[in-house]
Design a protein around this ligand. Structure first.
Ligand code: AVI
Length: 323
């Protein structure tokens, strides 16, 4: 029984620390200062993100789940008995609708969650094998691109990239991602992509400024992680979470604004960066999409829309793309 097997990435803990330290040093000394959002997801950060998805203002997860709940069987009909591979699977809760639809049509299904968090993979794998014993789970503990070379081996495949995580990529990162993914898939493989759509400012801004303050905690946690792993001693209460929708760019800009001057020590590199009072460090962007421009853009990378699913209010879309 190979269910629940996890393949670990090659990088060691020391490699990961150097990666965090050097990306942080580079980002803090660039102007405008910016940190890479992938570092938000340590164990506590993943827990906080999971909590964000359950806040009343954070409509993304709920809306996408609603679409999946009604369309999963239809999606399975189009994709056939493909392997399901999920990028950035987290705790895999939304995947449940798809697994059910797949299992309704076949005796077993192969599910390959790909995530940087080994803890999240273990939990997902445990939950899925418990609720769907006929699912063969093979977890890959790696970042997305590290797992791309494997996709060819598991074709025919349906790659899932849900939750509008693609919106967290800056322009060149998104292009590189789509280019590499297209090259890694075989002809007629599928790509199921969740995207958050452009809508009125109030709705978007509320989602990134929840009343319970969970998103604020999520932003602060990045600096708490820096204190723990990089030896800095930032006062977390000096970090204010600021999330503003930029209508021209159609993206939420998320920053940490410092209410007091801080010296950030990056011990593994022996560096210090001074952040002045009132200065902001960008921690994330979250882009919002328009179908009329994004679909032709995807075409340019070799992805053709087979079906487009949205909710009643057209707040979120699930694109079923064919390579
Ligand atoms: C993971 N990603 C799609 C989330 C988003 O909505 O951009 C990350 C997030 N950051 C703050 N709230 C949610």
């Amino acid at each position: 029984n190979r269910s629940g097997l996890i393949i670990r990435q090659h990088s060691t803990e020391a490699d990961q620390l150097i990666d965090f330290a050097s990306a942080t040093a580079a980002g803090l000394s660039s102007m405008p200062r910016r940190l890479q959002c992938r570092f938000l997801y340590d164990a506590r950060g993943s827990e906080l993100f999971d909590l964000i998805t359950r806040q009343p203002e954070y409509y993304l997860t709920r809306t996408e789940a609603e679409i999946l709940a009604t369309k999963a069987r239809f999606i399975r009909k189009i994709c056939g008995a493909t392997t399901l591979a999920e990028l950035g699977s987290g705790n895999s809760t939304k995947t449940d609708y798809l697994l059910r639809a797949w299992l309704a049509q076949a005796q077993s299904v192969r599910y390959i969650p790909i995530d940087v968090s080994e803890a999240a993979l273990r939990e997902a794998s445990r939950n899925i094998t418990a609720s769907h014993p006929a699912t063969q789970v093979l977890g890959i503990n790696s970042d997305y691109r590290g797992a791309f070379p494997l996709l060819r081996e598991i074709s025919p495949v349906t790659v899932l990239f849900l939750g509008s995580s693609i919106g967290n990529f800056a322009g060149e990162e998104m292009s590189l991602f789509l280019h590499d993914l297209a090259l890694s898939l075989c002809r007629d493989d599928f790509f199921l992509l969740g995207i958050d759509l452009v809508k009125e400012r109030q709705t978007i801004e509320a989602a990134y400024n929840d009343a319970a303050g969970v998103t604020q905690e999520f932003t602060r946690n990045l600096f708490i992680r820096m204190n723990r792993e990089l030896g800095s001693s930032i006062d977390p209460s000096a970090v204010q979470h600021v999330a503003v929708y930029n209508e021209a760019k159609e993206q939420v800009d998320i920053c940490a604004r410092f209410s007091q001057r801080q010296a950030i020590h990056i011990a593994p590199l022996g560096q210090h960066v001074i952040i002045d009072e009132g200065e902001a460090i960008n921690t994330e962007i979250s882009r919002k999409f328009r179908l009329e421009t994004f679909l032709p853009f995807l075409e340019g990378y070799g992805f053709t829309a087979e079906e487009i699913f949205t909710d009643e209010r057209s707040w979120f879309a699930l694109l079923l793309l064919r390579r």
